[in-house]
Design a protein around this ligand. Structure first.
Ligand code: FE2
Length: 235
């Protein structure tokens, strides 16, 4: 895996996505800076671990930070939300449900549902996708979907019990119905494949998108003997 902090850039007419690989000891998270090429306003998805890299990416992009998008409240996805909101005087967006279950609070926190809004020319479309947590949300911006721990290139997020796994199945079905095949998927973690894979490839190759009933999906997602380090090395 390339260890450079900016190792690829994806561009569409509506959004420029810079991938930031963030690490803290053995943990690695992917953060995404999404820039409107017209206004140079930017949002960051799930910021964690290395604020200097975000500052540098903003300077390099000639952009100003206009908000923090949070997919869910786990520490490795919210670590830099408050420091960035304070430093750049911008809002933090998180789903109402996730706020309710996490007790996350900040004076700049804005609870959201699935109502879209705009930052400059960027249209941000939230898609509620519970399962990994009850308030997980994905963000569709142009042809880019930011999935946190809902959908990875190689699999999907952990589920705590059968009810959560049923929710995850429904959320993945929702994404199948909603997304265009060429949508680029930007997850919070990589288990071998680079961020930005097309959804059409995941539909072919991601085992967790192959199930046709919630019961068979849940049995597979909750199977015993899973190795958290080699989480998706089952093929
Ligand atoms: Fe998580």
């Amino acid at each position: 895996m390339n260890s450079n902090y900016i190792h690829l850039q994806h561009q569409s007419p509506l959004a420029q996505v810079t991938v930031l690989r963030m690490s803290n000891r053995s943990m690695v998270n992917y953060n995404y800076l999404v820039v409107d090429p017209i206004s140079r306003k930017a949002v960051i998805v799930d910021p964690a671990w290395q604020i200097d890299k975000i500052d540098q990416a903003l300077v390099k992009a000639g952009a100003s930070l206009s908000g923090v998008l949070i997919t869910h409240s786990h520490q490795d996805h919210i670590h830099l939300a408050k420091p960035l909101a304070s430093k750049y005087k911008c809002p933090i967006w998180m789903s109402e449900n996730e706020i309710a279950i996490s007790n996350f609070s900040d004076k700049q926190l804005i609870p959201i549902d699935e109502t879209p809004w705009s930052v400059g020319q960027l249209l941000i479309q939230p898609i509620l996708t519970p399962g990994h947590t009850p308030g997980c949300i994905c963000y569709l911006i142009g042809d880019n979907l930011f999935t946190g721990d809902v959908l990875f290139a190689e699999g999907c997020g952990l589920c705590s019990d059968t009810h959560a796994a049923y929710d995850m199945y429904t959320s993945l079905e929702k994404l199948k119905n909603r997304l265009a095949p060429h949508t680029q998927i930007f997850p919070g973690h990589s288990y071998g494949r680079s961020p930005g894979q097309q959804f059409s490839r995941l539909l072919r190759e991601n085992m967790y998108l192959q199930f046709t009933t919630r019961e068979t999906f849940a049995a597979f997602r909750l199977r015993s003997g899973q190795d958290r380090v080699k989480m998706f090395n089952f093929q």
